[in-house]
Structure formats: C-alpha cells, structure tokens
Write a protein that binds this ligand. Structure first.
Ligand SMILES: [Zn+2]
Length: 384
C-alpha cells in the first residue's frame, strides 16, 4: 500500500502505526454511516448525533482491528518471534515480524489467532444485541448491530484463502502440515490465492458495471491479493535458490577496515583506494565495532565545528555482524541488512573476515537462475 505509516502509540512494547489511507477510510465511513445508516435506523436523529455515532462506530472498528492484530502478536511472541510493529491500514492491520514461524503448527496458531479474536468480538456484540431489552434506545441498538455486522464481514474477509489474508496463511499452514514441504505448500496456496484474487476482480468488476460502487473496492482488493501473492512466491523462490548457502561462500575477502579513531578525512582516503561503499570499523584490537558507509560520510556537514572520528559516526547495530557459517537466507530477516545492504562477516572473537552485500546475493541468484536454465537444476551448490 502506498504511504508510510506514522506511529501513534506503543502498546505492550509494540509500536502501533497508522497508514494515511486509514484516515481516508475513517472520514469516508464516518460520512457514509452518518449520512445514511444512522438516519435510517434512528428516527429523528440530529445530524451531529448521527455523524458522532458514525465516528464512534469507526473508532470501535479500529479497536477491534487492533485487538485482532494483537491476537497474532501474542501468539508470535509465545513462539519466540519478536513483533517489530503493527500497522493499521486500508483493509485492517498488518503485523511486521522479525523472523518466521518455524513449524507448520506454529504458523497455523499464529494465523488463526487474529480471526479467533474477531470471532469473539463479533460473538460478544451479538450477545449484547440479544440481551438488549426492547426499551433500549434505538441509537444504542444501531451501534451494536453495526459492530456485529462489520466484525462478521471482517472475519469472513480475513478467512478468504488468499495470501496475505489470514485464510491464505491458514491454508498454507495446513498444506505445510500435510505435505511437510513448505515450498510446495506456498506454491499451492499461492495458486489458490491467485484464483480467489481473480474471482474478486471479476465479481467486483461485474457488480461495478451493474452500478454498485462497492464492486470497485472488491476488484481493487482482488488486484492487491494477486500482487501480494506474486511477491510472496517470488520471495520464496529466492529463499529456495539460496537454501543451504553459507554466508562465507558469498563474502568478499579480505575486508579492508578502518580504525575507530581515524578522522573523516582518513575515511575519505580509504574509500578512494578501494571499491566498496562500506568499511568495517575496528577498535585497537582489530575487533569490529560497526560499519561506515560512504553515504554516511556524504551526509556529514562539510565545514564548521569539530570533525568527528569514524568511531563516532559508525553504525553500531549488532545486526551488522554475521557468522560466516550462518545461512545466507538468515540475512533477509535482519532489519540492519535491509537498511545498509551489507553485513560484516566476523570470527568468534569479532575479527573481520569479509563483507557480504546485497549485490553479492543478487549476483549469486542470477548465477543460480542461469544454472537452472542450462542444467535443469535450481541449486546453487558451488562446483567442487
Ligand atoms: Zn489477521
């Protein structure tokens, strides 16, 4: 989805962000509910009360989407996966995880937790609707009825078996459990998801042609589901091609380093004499402290003030250091690698052994595809 989300809160240590599109939805639905739903349900309601209840209904929906995402987050944490952030956007929410569930059962519990929370919320509002006395104000009844309706819609939508919807994850986990082969499960689930995506596009387009504006939204969601499924499949192919390759097989060695107490002028000279765009920063004992990137130097003010040393501006994120024996695919889960595009390969006592970059991985992938084309194999085991 376009647009960066902005953080609004931190709940149980997890940052919660809102996509700008969510604000558009808030305004749109407040308007629709205030303009037509509440005036039809509650006779003689004032415009202020009607729009006020419209806004209240959307904020309640917001809370229920948030609870749904926390359902996922709590299960992820229980399986030892950190939740980096929760984003609320057009279709609901999305939890960004550091890592992936390692077993089919974990993935299944993770995927099912959110819909389970939504089902409970729908059931609670349904029970309230049942026990409301006949004398209850019409406005209260309308608010409760809308929450039942919207949570049931949310539940059904989330259970459509198309990735990235929860139903797609559940389908994938069930296939994974049965066949014990994640790659095959992802391919089958992606095929099912694509079929549902196209079904949504066709149904949406047909109902739009019949004059139903909602059809356009359905078609857009279908298009999004098709694209997301394709991206997921592409990523899976990358992981498959890189399976079993160790970091040290792709690194460039030896690593040219720079001392933490060197000046920025020294750093400029060091960059001039080698071809990489990063330098590992080392302490007096030669242990790696962090990474200095060429663009960090570019961002430094050119004149004025005391000039910093390399150690002061180095990126010291521990995620930059990697063990040469690690799987190359492990780098994809690292925010530090996503940010800098580089990792420093170190020995157990943090001595620099080499550097591995996104370009090295892309090159290995291209070679792997070439080999697959010429020899009908998709492995990248180096020839011995
Ligand atoms: Zn969910």
């Amino acid at each position: 989805m376009p647009g960066r989300s902005f953080k609004i809160a931190r709940i149980a240590g997890i940052p919660v962000g809102v996509n700008p599109w969510w604000l558009v939805i808030v305004v749109l639905f407040t308007w629709i509910l205030g303009d037509s739903y509440y005036p039809a349900e509650v006779h003689g309601i004032s415009a202020t009360a009607s729009y006020g209840l419209g806004l209240l209904s959307i904020l309640l929906l917001f809370a229920s989407v948030l609870a749904h995402e926390f359902g996922h987050a709590i299960v992820a944490r229980r399986h030892g996966i950190e939740v980096e952030e929760i984003d609320l956007w057009l279709l609901g929410g999305v939890s960004r995880l550091k890592g992936h569930p390692q077993r089919a059962g974990d993935e299944l519990r993770y995927a099912a937790a959110g819909p389970l929370v939504t089902a409970v919320i729908a059931a609670v509002f349904g029970a309230i609707a049942e026990v409301l006395p006949g004398s209850a104000p019409a406005a209260l009844r309308a608010v409760v009825d809308y929450q039942v309706y919207v949570n049931v819609v949310l539940l059904c939508f989330n259970l459509v078996p198309a990735f990235p919807l929860d139903g797609g994850r559940i389908a994938r986990a069930l296939l994974w459990q049965r066949r014990r082969d994640l790659a095959a499960a992802i391919r089958t689930a992606a095929g099912i998801g694509r079929a549902f995506g196209w079904l949504m596009v066709v149904l949406g387009a047909l109902s739009f042609l019949e004059g139903d504006v909602d059809g356009l939204l359905l078609a857009m969601i279908g298009g999004f589901v098709i694209m997301a499924g394709r991206a997921e499949e592409a990523q899976e192919q990358v992981l498959e091609a890189l399976a079993g390759i160790r970091v040290r097989e792709l690194m460039s060695a030896p690593a040219i380093t720079i001392s933490a107490d060197a000046t920025l002028a020294d750093a400029q000279r060091a960059f001039a004499y080698q071809r990489g765009s990063v330098l590992p920063v080392v302490d007096v004992d030669g242990r790696v402290l962090g990474l200095l990137a060429l663009d960090q130097l570019e961002r430094m003010p050119r004149a004025g003030g005391r000039l910093a040393s390399v150690g002061e501006i180095a990126d010291r994120d521990p995620g930059i250091l990697v063990d040469g024996r690690d799987d190359i695919a492990e780098l994809f889960d690292r925010p530090a690698f996503a940010r800098t595009g580089h990792a420093v390969v170190v020995s157990t006592d943090r001595q620099p052994l080499g550097i591995v970059s996104r370009t090295d991985i892309e090159r290995a992938l291209r070679l792997s595809r070439l080999r697959a084309d010429h020899h009908g194999t998709d492995t990248l085991a180096p020839d011995h």
